[in-house]
Design a protein around this ligand. Structure first.
Ligand SMILES: Nc1ncnc2c1ncn2[C@@H]1O[C@H](COP(=O)(O)OP(=O)(O)O)[C@@H](O)[C@H]1O
Ligand SMILES: C[C@H](O)[C@H](O)[C@@H](O)C(=O)COP(=O)(O)O
Ligand SMILES: [Mg+2]
Length: 495
């Protein structure tokens, strides 16, 4: 009797700190997920810029696929998602011109001020509905080496470039394209004025496609070089946060998501964009989601800070160790604006945190536990503050927060956020990005009918932990934090 193997799906999810290949199948009505390969990601200094090693990423994808083949899977579907805004310049010969520059590189430091002196911010926001982050693709292209741009045949967003290397086919998938801050909300195309502003032609971007589009099979030349399964690549929601939102269980009537990884992306899934005055004033974004939705969210510095702290202790502590050390400390011993520019890419994060506390006349954390409690408690305060703003902008009360990603493992932060925001928190799955990647593939293949049934399958398949508010436990700390932020912004703390 030939056992019909359930279709196997592979998610390649590459975040700013780590990448992974996750294999999924539906077994007995549940989604079974297994990690087949994990690898480090990160940028290094090369040729005067912070750059990603994109050949390393390609090699790791093939290594992961060889492991999947060796595990007995001869045929798979595969989707690729990565972090946003960064791109690869591809020359007339179809090869990359150089290793891509990271969004944390200093080259865009003054780009927003320069570009928006010619094109006002409100004009750009009305067109695109996208938040002003100085590393958006628009500002990277504004700062790009003009000679390199002239040699460029195609500008490929990171996940699209990886799909192109595997299959030879180039597209621009819309969820990640929206993070460029160059897509026109009304027209659904790259905006002509913004293209002109950075001397790029529409033709230099491959055609725009929706998530769920079949990209093609892995090229034969790779099959000869590596021992790979037969692999059909599907263009998923290629911005990792878009996949994370698809993979969010969506518990609650008016629920919000917090994709908690290197970045914390806090927001709500909308059916129409919200690019009005209040959203503009609070720098909220309308990144495009899967299935015609919009990810109305704010970028928060997130666990990037924890990653730097861990590295600066020479990886002596695991993340779980650092969370356990923090648990032993008292919360809210100092207030920190975690989104201050100074925390974006400092040479020494621990020093930066201590200097900030000294400059603002606050208690300076000196031990790993105290430093991590400062990080976790101020992230939780920032989340609670932003949830209050979200209620104001959207005009209704968010009743539940779904926290996904690696940060959903930090019970201390899940509980603090629930109490500070006075709403229920559902934590998990931590691999929601990979799950959302796979969900789009399954919907494209007809194995799952739509996103609602996909989210039901997620709830049925993974352990989702609920946290409820310990009402009143922290008194007026949130109000005092909000007053502190207003005071610091008024003082224009140098950052
Ligand atoms: N067991 C854990 N305890 C505490 N923190 C954790 C744990 N697992 C993961 N994390 C946190 O999650 C972060 C990674 O989340 P992840 O979603 O994998 O990020 P990315 O996709 O950006 O690489 C780590 O930086 C760490 O701070
Ligand atoms: C620069 C972008 O805002 C950033 O990539 C963010 O959107 C993102 O993709 C975060 O994903 P991580 O998994 O790296 O936290
Ligand atoms: Mg991630």
């Amino acid at each position: 009797m030939v056992l019909l193997m359930a279709k196997a799906y592979v998610a390649v999810d590459i975040g700013a700190s780590s990448g992974r290949l996750m294999l999924a199948e539906i077994q007995a009505g549940k989604l079974k997920l297994q990690e087949m390969h994990r690898f480090k990601n990160g940028f290094t200094r090369e040729n005067q810029h912070d750059r990603w090693n994109v050949d390393h990423l390609v090699n790791e994808i093939f290594t992961g696929l060889e492991k999947i083949k060796a595990a007995g899977y001869d045929e798979v579907r595969l989707g690729i998602d990565t972090w946003a805004v960064d791109y690869v310049l591809v020359g007339m010969d179809g090869k990359k011109l150089q290793d891509p520059i990271s969004y944390r590189d200093a080259r865009t430091r003054d780009a927003i001020a320069e570009l928006t002196s010619e094109l006002p911010k409100d004009y750009i926001y009305k067109k695109t509905g996208i938040q002003f982050l100085d590393f958006n693709t628009l500002y990277q292209l504004y700062a790009e080496n003009k000679a390199d741009l002239a040699k460029t045949d195609k500008i490929m967003m990171m996940p699209d470039y990886l799909g192109y290397v595997l299959t030879g086919n180039a597209v621009t998938e819309v969820t990640n394209a929206s993070t460029t801050q160059m897509l026109n909300l009304r027209e659904g195309l790259f905006d002509k004025d913004l293209l002109k502003q950075v001397n790029v032609s529409q033709e230099q971007f491959p055609r725009l496609v929706e998530s769920g589009t079949v990209l093609g099979n892995i090229r034969h030349k790779w099959q000869l070089e590596y021992n790979l399964p037969q692999t059909e690549v599907i263009t998923v929601a290629t911005h990792d946060t878009a996949s994370a939102v698809v993979g969010t269980p969506g518990n609650g009537d008016h629920w919000a998501f917090l994709s908690s990884g290197t970045w914390s992306l806090l927001g709500a899934e909308l059916n129409v964009p919200e690019n009005g005055a209040a959203a503009f004033a609070e720098n909220y974004t309308n990144e495009w989601g899967a299935y015609g939705t919009y990810r109305f969210l704010k970028n928060i510095m997130g666990l990037w800070i924890a990653q730097c702290v861990k590295r600066e202790y020479n990886d002596k502590y695991s993340f779980a160790d650092l969370a356990a050390l923090a648990e032993k400390e008292k919360p809210f011993q100092q207030f920190i604006d975690v989104n201050a520019k100074r925390f974006e890419n400092p040479t020494d994060m621990i020093q930066e945190i201590q200097d900030y506390c000294r400059e603002t006349g606050q208690k300076v954390p000196n031990t790993p536990g105290a430093i991590m409690m400062a990080v976790y408690s101020n992230l939780s305060l920032f989340y609670a503050n932003e949830l209050a703003k979200l209620d104001q902008i959207l005009g209704y009360a968010i009743d539940t927060l779904n926290i996904v990603g690696g940060g959903s493992n930090v019970a201390l932060m899940n509980q603090m956020t629930s109490t500070l925001a006075n709403i229920d928190v559902y934590a998990g799955p931590d691999e929601a990005t990979a799950i959302g990647n796979i969900m789009v593939q399954m919907i494209a293949e007809g194995d799952v009918s739509d996103i609602a049934s996909g989210r039901q399958l997620i709830n049925d398949s993974f352990k989702i932990k609920r946290f409820t508010p310990e009402t009143g436990k922290y008194g007026t700390v949130l109000q005092r934090y909000q007053d502190f932020l207003k005071f610091e912004k008024g003082k224009k703390v140098t950052n």
